[in-house]
Design a binder for this molecule. Structure first.
Ligand code: PLP
Length: 458
């Protein structure tokens, strides 16, 4: 199978040197980090695939914008640029910057969920779920069941299960549901896209029951690109036209700009409802800062205004998704299983299938991440039983449906040669897979243990 290749639509003007380590050094470093990749110093990592959030490379235009940033308390130009750009790209009437995605959720969820019991989503991101619960409601995931089958290749594996949505509304009562959240792309299902056809259907159901739709828009541009290449109706539409249509089905949106906004810090929220916007502005002033800066520096607002435009450039998106497809094609060729087809921002390697001899309670995905670090200095992240943790009642290890080693690609940071290092490292590991052992946890905090737990090889 010949890999799909779309070259970088940029050249490199500033470089960040990377420290090269030996295998012996890495064996020592990971032991000192108690086999927890969050404990590694980033300078000891060669290719950092922990997250694509806030880790992108800014363009020369964005850096020029940083210099131009207006730091006035009120009436600053940067905020006006961000708001006008966002209005233009997303087609929303009322837009407010905030410092990151979860800040938007903290403000919007209590407005939507006041006196309500549930939020339903194709899949809640962790912080979205947390803010639904903090607002006193319960978060229900309603992704299509096919998303759970990693080997099944579907164009839109992030879609809402609209049949189940109708049933849920009947069972729970429309009056009890404060919001329907459409997450694009569906991060937790592996960066899988959602089709316009599916969004239209969800919106129709929501309208019938007078439930507002919120778009959780962290990776809206990647989603729009998938729609362009996979949904026939849109093959001749521009990314901007698709983005407009996608957002036209939401009354609200929240956005972490650290992803498709290509900035290191930033977020947005918006609505079409003037009354709700008044409440959002009050929330912003109390939690984030005055409305003309929303918790951001003027320079960062300027960089975001530019990043928003660069993020919807079709050549950029072709290269970006092309990187994922290239890596996926190399894994496919080597018989290494992953959540397929590849999503928009990461490859989720199926550690259950690469290391079938390691049971869930010896953490196969964490074990694979450790091997990747030792093999080539690559840092990924366990999305499996190790991350899931223990049952709060019985204190026993929970068994996750998935054992993924997640490899997120930062935007515009790594070249195709880096991607080859990742693929070659995985191929080497596959060659000695049967000798790789699992791990046990020797120390762990009661919640969110994967950030700080200490492990030992078995
Ligand atoms: C990252 C993310 C968030 C939270 O945004 P932060 O900027 O990290 O606070 C919310 N939803 C989705 C889908 C995300 O990917």
């Amino acid at each position: 199978m010949k890999p799909i290749y779309f070259p970088e639509p940029f050249r490199i003007k500033a470089v960040e040197p990377l420290k090269m380590t030996t295998k012996e050094e890495r064996v020592k470093k990971i032991k000192e980090a108690h086999y927890n990749l969050f404990n590694l110093a980033s300078e000891d990592v060669y290719i950092d695939l922990l997250t694509d959030s806030g880790t992108g490379a800014m363009s020369s235009d964005q850096w020029a914008g940083v210099m131009k940033g207006d730091e006035s308390y009120a009436g600053a130009v940067g905020a006006k640029n961000v708001v006008n750009t966002a209005k233009d790209i997303l087609g929303f009437e009322f837009v407010q910057p905030v410092h990151q995605g979860r800040a938007a959720e903290k403000i919007v969820m209590p407005i939507l969920l006041k006196g309500k019991k549930y939020a339903i989503s194709n899949m809640h991101f962790d912080t979205t779920r947390a803010h639904v619960e903090l607002a006193g409601a319960r978060a229900i995931d309603c992704v299509i069941p096919e998303a759970l089958d990693t080997g099944l290749k579907l164009d839109f594996k992030g879609n809402m299960d609209n049949k189940r949505l109708v049933k849920l509304i009947e069972e729970l009562g429309a009056d009890n549901i404060g919001v329907i959240i459409i997450t694009v792309t569906n991060n937790s299902a592996g960066g899988q896209p959602v089709s316009i056809e599916n969004i239209r259907e969800t919106k129709k159901i929501a309208d019938k029951h007078k439930i507002p739709v919120l778009i959780d828009a962290a990776r809206y541009a990647e989603n729009a690109y998938f729609i362009k290449i996979r949904e026939k109706e849109f093959k001749d539409k521009s990314i901007l036209e698709i983005v407009h249509e996608m957002f036209s089905y939401g009354e609200y949106f929240t956005m972490s700009a650290k992803k498709d906004g290509i900035v290191n810090m930033g977020g947005l929220m918006g609505t079409r409802n003037a009354k709700a916007f008044e409440l959002m502005k009050i929330g912003c002033i109390s939690y984030e800062g005055f409305t003309t800066y929303g918790g951001m520096s003027g320079r960062d607002l300027e960089a975001l205004a530019i990043g928003l435009r660069e993020g919807v450039d079709e050549n950029f998106l072709r290269y970006r998704i092309g990187q994922m497809q290239y890596l996926a094609a190399r894994l496919e060729e080597a018989g290494i299983a992953y959540q397929s087809p590849a999503g928009g921002h990461a490859i989720f390697v199926d550690a259950k299938r690469l290391l079938p001899h390691i049971p869930y309670n010896e953490y196969p995905a964490q074990s694979l991440c450790i091997e990747l670090y030792i093999e080539a200095g690559i840092r990924g992240c366990d999305i499996g039983s190790y991350m899931l943790g223990n049952c709060p009642d019985t204190k026993k290890q929970l068994k996750s449906d998935f054992e993924f080693s997640r490899l997120c690609l930062p935007r515009r940071v790594y070249t195709q040669a880096h991607l080859d290092v990742i693929a070659d490292a995985l191929i080497n590991i596959k060659g000695r897979a049967s000798k790789i052992k699992g791990y046990k946890i020797v120390e762990e905090p009661p919640i969110l243990r994967h950030f700080s737990a200490k492990l030992k090889p078995l």
